[in-house]
Design a protein around this ligand. Structure first.
Ligand code: PNS
Length: 163
């Protein structure tokens, strides 16, 4: 049976920490579906289309990756896509409580979908999409923390949004 994992998230925007988890996840799974949650109640810096494009272009060198979006329950989406696992990255201890709660709720909702965690690469332990956006907003150099296209798009976005 093909081992398929969903790697869900907001990806606003995708970072090198995400890229690292995806690359290492490909050593475990036959295919990874990177899926952006559509959440109309949340405000994002990048539109869904922009986030899909950044993921597609940044991951184009991998053949066993699919980029998609979903709404509703993650476990329902996993079932529809015939995925047997949810892949998540774990950074410092601060991630643990939320991830534990999410994994247990997902397990309660569907016992056939397993949550699999990869510890983040040490280089990315203190990076997140939010902190990278904040640094970029104030002119910080985030070039080494995101794929080249994201770096370019972030710089463009900051020019558009700053007065
Ligand atoms: O990168 P994020 O924003 O931390 O990702 C969170 C995500 C998308 C994994 C989580 O919010 C999610 O799975 N949402 C879909 C709704 C759902 O199934 N929630 C968990 C059970 S209530």
């Amino acid at each position: 049976m093909e081992k398929i994992a969903i790697y869900p998230g907001s990806f606003d925007p995708v970072t090198n920490g995400h890229m690292d988890i995806i690359e290492r996840g490909l050593n475990i799974f036959d295919k990874i579906i990177v899926a952006i949650l559509i959440n109309p109640n949340k405000k994002y810096l990048f539109s869904l289309e922009e986030r899909l494009e950044m993921l597609e272009k940044s991951l184009e060198q991998f053949s066993n990756i699919e980029i998609d979006s979903f709404s509703g329950l993650l476990v329902n989406y996993a079932e529809i896509r015939k995925a047997n696992a949810i892949l998540r990255g774990m950074r410092a201890v601060s991630d643990f409580e939320y991830e534990f709660q999410l994994a247990l709720m997902n397990r309660k909702l569907n016992r056939d979908v397993q949550s699999v965690f990869l510890m983040t690469g040490l280089r990315w332990i203190f990076t997140s999409s939010s902190i990278i956006k904040e640094a970029a907003r104030f002119g910080g150099d985030i070039t080494s923390m995101v794929p080249p296209l994201v770096d370019k798009k972030l710089k463009e976005k900051m020019k558009e949004t700053l007065p």
